[in-house]
Design a binder for this molecule. Structure first.
Ligand code: LMR
Length: 334
């Protein structure tokens, strides 16, 4: 029967449950896009007290999807209920960026939210919980949450640069007049911000390196800034920050982490503490690296050669992350 093939349900937390990103994300999780068609889920959805009516509506809609994989839906403004025994946590809830703002403008306001989230995960979630920060500024928010959850291994805390990775793939595929699946070994380094470095040094098309085939002016003056500024371009066009594409990237990130990336490189922002200063990245940051995922964990792609151009780009994004960290130092638990 249907249930015999089914695994035990897992508990998936989504915060910011009545927001724009969750409105896409929850339905992707419910449909099996996240963990496959044999993995039932218990959705544990958080939003603030004054958002509970809107959240109720979202729950009604998930119910109306009649998703066979949705074992239970828990929606609440009570952290002990929402984070209880969580296996996965999508930290979406945060103030979004509006026109004219940089992600850094959100540092303090959203930092406070992530202190509480870290403490709540520490108290109520499984110690194996896999955490993805989606709300901006993501890298620093993930760092704040991680430092406030000392009983959970650091490596369980990640931040999303998969959206930038996907944006870069699409820009490059268009330029090369090919499809995204023919492209491999693209890297987003650093912060999810305009200092990020979308790096094509190792990138291949049909297993051939492309670096020598692309116009360097296009790379530096068009490709890199377009990827760096894509979030801003979406805000200008939509008058609201990206939502469905962010949800889709969040699914990609956690799916690959949980189920493996099949040898493909992906970009994930993860604790630099794990890698001992590799590539010159100081410890104490959440930094986006080239990563390969297998067996429910992730690993850094090691021994890449870094040239002067890359080194300079890396330094810029490292410095920005160090500054962000300094601005919220009182929210980081030692
Ligand atoms: C994005 O990259 O689209 C999001 O981080 C939203 C933003 O503030 O840019």
């Amino acid at each position: 029967t249907f249930t015999q093939h089914m695994k035990e349900p897992v508990r998936v937390v989504v915060t910011g449950g009545s927001g724009q990103i969750a409105y896409s994300l929850l339905f992707r999780i419910a449909s099996g896009s996240l963990l496959g068609e044999h993995q039932p889920v218990i959705l544990q959805i958080y939003d603030l007290p004054h958002m509970q009516s809107a959240l109720k509506g979202v729950v009604m809609e998930i119910s109306d999807g009649a998703f066979p994989l949705v074992h239970e839906i828990i929606a609440s403004d009570t952290p002990s209920t929402v984070y209880a025994d969580a296996d996965y946590a999508f930290l979406v809830g945060a103030k979004p960026r509006g026109p004219g703002m940089e992600r850094g403008d959100l540092l303090k306001q959203n930092g406070e939210i992530f202190v509480k989230v870290g403490q709540d995960l520490d108290k109520f979630a499984k110690k194996t919980v896999k955490v993805l920060a989606v709300g901006n500024p993501v890298n620093t928010n993930a760092l704040i949450a991680m430092s406030n959850a000392p009983s959970i291994p650091k490596e369980n805390f990640t931040a999303m640069t998969r959206l930038d990775h996907n944006r870069a793939l699409c820009q490059l595929a268009t330029y090369l007049n090919t499809e995204v699946h023919n492209i491999e070994k693209l890297v987003i380094w650093g912060n999810h911000s305009p200092t990020m470095f979308p790096d094509l040094t190792y990138t291949t098309l049909h297993n051939q390196k492309i670096k020598t085939k692309i116009d360097h002016i296009w790379y530096e003056k068009e490709f890199i800034p377009t990827v760096q500024q894509r979030g801003t371009a979406i805000i200008a066009a939509r008058k609201a920050s990206s939502a469905a594409s962010a949800a889709s990237a969040a699914v990609d990130h956690v799916r690959d982490w949980a189920l493996g990336s099949n040898g493909q490189w992906v970009s994930m922002a993860v604790p630099s503490d794990l890698y001992n200063g590799e590539y010159g990245i100081p410890i104490g940051l959440i930094f986006s690296y080239p990563i390969v995922c297998a067996n429910g964990s992730y690993q850094l792609v090691k021994d890449l050669k870094i040239d002067e151009f890359q080194h300079n780009k890396l330094r810029i994004t490292v410095n920005e992350l160090l500054k962000e960290k300094e601005a919220v130092v009182d929210l980081i638990r030692k």
